[in-house]
Write a protein that binds this ligand. Structure first.
Ligand SMILES: NC(=O)c1ccc[n+]([C@@H]2O[C@H](COP(=O)([O-])OP(=O)(O)OC[C@H]3O[C@@H](n4cnc5c(N)ncnc54)[C@H](OP(=O)(O)O)[C@@H]3O)[C@@H](O)[C@H]2O)c1
Length: 299
């Protein structure tokens, strides 16, 4: 069995997944970053794994990183990724390596949603499904042994990024009302545990699968404020205000707003499937669990 390569191991999901694999089998783990500075972080966090520099915009760099690799995880960041460059590079490099038995790709798109159904503005925003509707058909057609882990939901790490500062200081959730809808929420911990489980198993079990990760409950912003109120024991209210999101997103704010204006509708039709409980053998982490476990961000 060759190595397991985590592309984007400095990232949220890549890092958490690599942490699982580092605990169980560090010698077979190869963690990658596109930046020299990232190497130092990887060496500190994963001292017993091999850390490499790999830029997925450069095919030769991917070919080098995939040398002797049997499993690969690809998680591409929103806004900055051009999937029409990155995904063909990943496909060509995996073919050239010739040893890849499982390529796991993180998605966040309504199952079955296609590039043809997507508004060009949504695709151009390069967020979430806007990236993934470009990548998935390329991977589907590649003939490579691909497995998708698809979370058409909001990942709970959005809470520290988007609302924690205001919840802590003002006991309010400030988000633009135009982005509100009843969303499913999935924790980054559950996603990473599933990614690690898939990457640790016999590849034959997972090739050709798409694991859709959702939650039984949906929460709009007012509902989210109620969960905060229950967990923190103090009233948290929702207000229609885009300033905190503007500050969090900087120059990418308009791109995100374009994406979310479509996402509010496209996520609405996603049906819950019990994949997380089935794969992990325990209930999925709820919003209340998450806020309780990360109270220091919010209180
Ligand atoms: N937010 C949500 O609610 C939500 C919901 C569903 C799905 N998603 C999806 O989740 C994904 C984001 O996950 P995340 O937050 O874990 O990502 P992230 O923390 O932004 O990590 C992305 C990784 O990509 C690496 N990277 C950037 N440029 C690179 C390059 N040129 N070559 C190689 N690696 C490069 C970065 O590492 P270096 O900078 O060290 O190279 C980083 O580790 C997106 O696809 C998003 O659509 C998000």
């Amino acid at each position: 069995m060759g190595k397991t390569l985590i592309l984007g191991a400095t990232g949220n999901l890549g890092g958490l997944t690599a942490a699982h694999l580092h605990r169980s089998d560090p010698q077979s783990l190869r963690v990658a970053t596109s930046r020299e500075a990232g190497l130092r972080r990887l060496d500190r966090r994963f001292p017993d794994a091999e850390a490499v520099v790999c830029d997925w915009n450069v095919e030769a760099s991917l070919v080098e990183a995939m040398d002797g690799v049997s499993k690969v995880l690809v998680v591409t960041p929103d806004i900055v990724t051009d999937e029409s460059v990155v995904t063909p590079n990943v496909i060509r490099a995996a073919r050239e390596a010739g040893t890849v038995e499982l390529l796991v790709r993180l998605l966040g798109m309504p199952p079955g949603f296609t590039l043809e159904q997507a508004d060009p503005a949504y695709v151009a925003a390069r967020c979430g499904a806007g990236l993934h509707v470009v990548a998935k058909p390329l991977l589907d057609a590649s003939g490579l042994p691909v497995c998708y882990v698809n979370a058409p939901a909001w990942i709970m790490f959005n809470l520290p990024s988007f609302v924690a500062t205001d919840v802590k200081a003002n006991r309010r959730i400030a988000m633009p009302a135009s982005t509100d809808c009843p969303r499913m929420w999935v924790s980054e911990g559950d996603i990473a545990e599933i990614l690690a489980k898939v990457l640790s198993a016999d590849p034959a079990q997972h090739v050709g699968q798409e694991y859709v990760l959702t939650s039984p409950d949906r929460h709009d912003y007012a509902g989210l404020a109620e969960v905060f109120t229950d967990v923190l024991g103090e009233t948290v209210t929702y207000v229609d205000d885009d300033q905190p999101l503007r500050e969090a997103m900087g120059a990418s704010f308009d791109q995100l707003m374009t994406y979310l204006s479509h996402e509010t509708g496209s996520y609405a039709g996603v049906r819950h499937v019990d994949t997380i409980t089935r794969m992990l053998g325990r209930p999925a982490e709820t919003l209340a669990d998450y806020i309780t476990a990360h109270k220091e961000y919010f209180q």
